[in-house]
Design a protein around this ligand. Structure first.
Ligand SMILES: NC(=O)c1ccc[n+]([C@@H]2O[C@H](COP(=O)([O-])OP(=O)(O)OC[C@H]3O[C@@H](n4cnc5c(N)ncnc54)[C@H](O)[C@@H]3O)[C@@H](O)[C@H]2O)c1
Ligand SMILES: [Zn+2]
Length: 378
């Protein structure tokens, strides 16, 4: 017998830029990001979220003009590939073959680019599709929702749903770059503006007490979606997510722990149970309320701390309950979460504001009491 021990590592590096007017012909941002690939001009297939296109009908024209003004790095940009915005594009994959046909027809190769412009759903779905074409076409994400700019669009994961299960089929593939253009946020409806703030509350609770304090202090302004507050919240939230991916030692989540997923075991199940009527962030807010209450009743955090978390969620306009919560089967939801993670059950909870702790078991009776309490409260 003979064993050859194979070993190599691959370093990843990608910029996450915060800007405005990224496709104004005078903006150097997209030019400079693409130029990092060298040897231009490059072919591009643009994927646009239908909601973003409806709010920005001149976007294809602006992309065209941008490419014309930057022809040293970009080939002329053909008609965009439009994906239905929202969770639907992760649920119904009938567009996937058309997407790959378009990749083939346009001669998109591994040195070309896919630009994905949209919310977390479109960015997740387009990232998945791009990762499959030629075993991976370079992806530049242009996230257009709060949640996509501060979480979904900046990390290393892509996924679609399958068999009624959230993110069941997907890949870990870092993007080539991320361009967060705040201008897109102006056309979001209040539910989508609010939804993304849930991820900031989440990451503050598990990683950064000062950030939680800031969210608490500015909760009224954030509840009004004040632009300056929203932008600074997005940047800090993105920074904490990126720092975690960079420094955790497990960017592709090979271990059992999912330390960024506070409140998410319930959130994913609530999204499924509500047939995605609940936005991801709305479900995360309920998941945060549930796990925070559980931590408080288990003596892991104080009641006062729990109240402060509730105050933030309430001021932001989140509901702490939903009809689907009444149908949450805790044991089976935890088991689905465990299977998705692989390995042992590992749930991220709090041992203080800004301090996370992983636990391997949940007291199901107590968790059920917390569900009942939330359902009775609002
Ligand atoms: N890959 C990851 O690491 C990761 C992390 C968190 C969440 N996610 C995923 O992200 C998804 C949720 O993303 P989301 O909250 O961004 O919502 P979304 O992508 O579902 O979009 C919500 C709605 O907003 C519309 N929209 C998007 N941008 C707009 C704009 N600028 N103006 C007007 N309308 C616009 C869309 O068309 C859609 O109707 C979920 O599927 C979730 O699982 C992925
Ligand atoms: Zn999330």
């Amino acid at each position: 017998m003979r064993t050859i021990e194979q070993s190599f590592s691959v370093a990843y590096r990608y910029p996450v830029v915060f800007t405005r007017g990224a496709f104004d012909a005078s903006s150097p941002i997209v030019h400079d990001v693409v130029a990092r690939a060298g040897h231009g001009p490059h072919r591009v297939l643009v994927v646009i979220d239908s909601g973003v296109l409806a709010a920005n009908p001149d976007l294809p024209e602006r992309l065209h003009a941008y490419a014309a003004a930057h022809e040293d790095v970009l080939d002329p940009i053909p008609e965009p590939f439009v994906l239905p915005g929202g969770e639907g594009c992760k649920e119904d994959l009938s567009w996937l073959a058309d997407f790959h046909r378009r990749i083939a027809d346009r001669g998109i190769c591994r040195h070309s680019f896919v630009f994905a412009i949209g919310g977390g759903s479109v960015v997740d779905a387009a990232g998945y599709a791009a990762a499959l074409a030629h075993r991976g076409v370079r992806l530049i994400r242009f996230p257009t929702t709060v949640l996509a700019q501060n979480d979904a669009g900046i990390g290393v994961k892509n996924a679609v749903n399958f068999c009624g299960r959230k993110n069941f089929v997907g890949t870990f593939v870092p993007p080539f770059a991320v361009v967060n253009d705040f201008d897109y946020l102006a056309s979001l409806d209040p539910r989508d503006l609010r939804s993304g703030i849930a991820e900031a509350v989440k990451v503050s609770l598990i990683k950064d007490a000062d950030f939680f304090q800031r969210l608490y202090d500015r909760r009224e302004a954030l509840g009004r979606f004040d632009s300056a507050e929203m932008e600074s919240m997005i940047v800090r939230c993105a920074e904490l997510h990126l720092e975690h991916i960079r420094t955790s030692g497990d960017p592709f989540e090979l271990g059992s722990a999912r330390p960024l997923d506070f409140g998410h075991w319930a959130a994913h199940k609530l999204e499924e149970l509500s047939s995605y009527e609940l936005r991801h962030g709305e479900a995360v807010a309920i998941g945060i309320a549930l796990d925070t209450l559980y931590c408080s009743r288990k003596g892991m955090i104080s009641e006062a701390e729990c109240q402060r978390v509730f105050e933030v969620l309430d001021s932001l306009g989140f509901e702490r309950s939903h009809e689907a919560l009444g149908r949450l089967e805790i044991e089976s939801a935890l088991d689905d979460f465990r299977v998705h993670l692989g390995g042992e059950l590992c749930v991220c909870l709090l041992e203080g504001i800004g301090r996370a702790v992983d636990v391997g078991a949940i007291d199901v009776l107590e968790m059920q009491r917390c569900v009942d309490l939330l359902r009775g409260r609002r």
